[in-house]
Design a binder for this molecule. Structure first.
Ligand code: SAM
Length: 219
């Protein structure tokens, strides 16, 4: 459920903190026209990703789960001219639509879309070329594997932001035994035992209902 006040509050804050934006509006319209699910981050969350990338001076960003490239655009805009964003997407159709949206936003030169299962793409990346920031937003069952790759692919002092880690309270409710909830639980176990990461979770409510981010620092 989305409480009217949650959605209203998002819209109110966005009216001060975000601008009308032709490229992002195009990305939403083109994604809708191609019948992609409306599960992209919100504008305020996209801006959070953008600010976070700028705050740490990110030059290389890794994204898992491109969909129509909405969060990709927010993140790629944070990069300097010689910056690079690599985004991994399983569905060729999503990758095609994202490519169109990223081109419309004038960001194609900075963004590379790797099509296929994220784990396969991650296995092919060169660990010598570290990322400053990773945004993990693909299948939740894969989160433990993705976090493991971040040990070698994200630089020390880099940041990993993991989306949808609260899932309307399902993660802490053991009557839910779906692969997504189990994936997030396993990731939390791995974080608990890790000497390479330190993390926290921020619950969110808003126009995307009740969810949360897990924010991870690569030590
Ligand atoms: N980050 C996007 C945004 O906010 O604009 C939303 C991403 S959407 C929540 C998740 C995406 O992950 C979908 O496009 C889905 O096809 C993709 N996906 C699912 N399983 C995947 C996998 N194993 N590897 C790569 N991508 C996957």
């Amino acid at each position: 459920t989305i409480e009217p006040a949650w959605e209203r509050e998002d819209k109110y804050h966005a009216s001060f903190l975000t601008q009308p934006d032709e490229a992002l509006e195009y990305a939403v319209k083109n994604s809708d026209a191609n019948e992609l699910d409306t599960i992209a981050v919100t504008a305020l969350q996209g801006k959070y990703l953008n600010l976070q990338a700028r705050a740490i001076g990110a030059k290389r960003v890794l994204e898992l789960g491109t969909l129509g490239g909405y969060s990709t655009i927010w993140l790629a805009r944070a990069l300097p001219d010689d910056g690079e964003l690599i985004t991994c997407e399983y569905e060729p159709k999503h990758a095609r639509v994202a490519g169109e949206n990223i081109a419309y936003a004038g960001l194609s030169s900075k963004v590379k879309i790797l099509v296929g299962p994220a784990a396969d793409s991650l296995a092919k990346l060169d660990p010598a070329r570290k990322f400053d920031l990773a945004f993990i937003d693909a299948d939740k069952a894969g989160y433990p594997v993705y976090l493991e790759y971040c040990k070698t692919l994200v630089r020390k002092g880099g940041v990993i932001i993991v989306d949808n880690t609260v899932r309307q309270g399902r993660v802490s409710d053991m009557s839910f035994q779906d692969e997504n909830s189990k994936g997030v639980r396993k990731m939390l176990e791995d974080l608990k035992n890790s000497t390479e990461f330190e993390a926290t979770t921020l619950q969110t409510v808003g126009e995307k209902a009740w969810d949360g981010f897990t924010y991870v620092l690569r030590l």
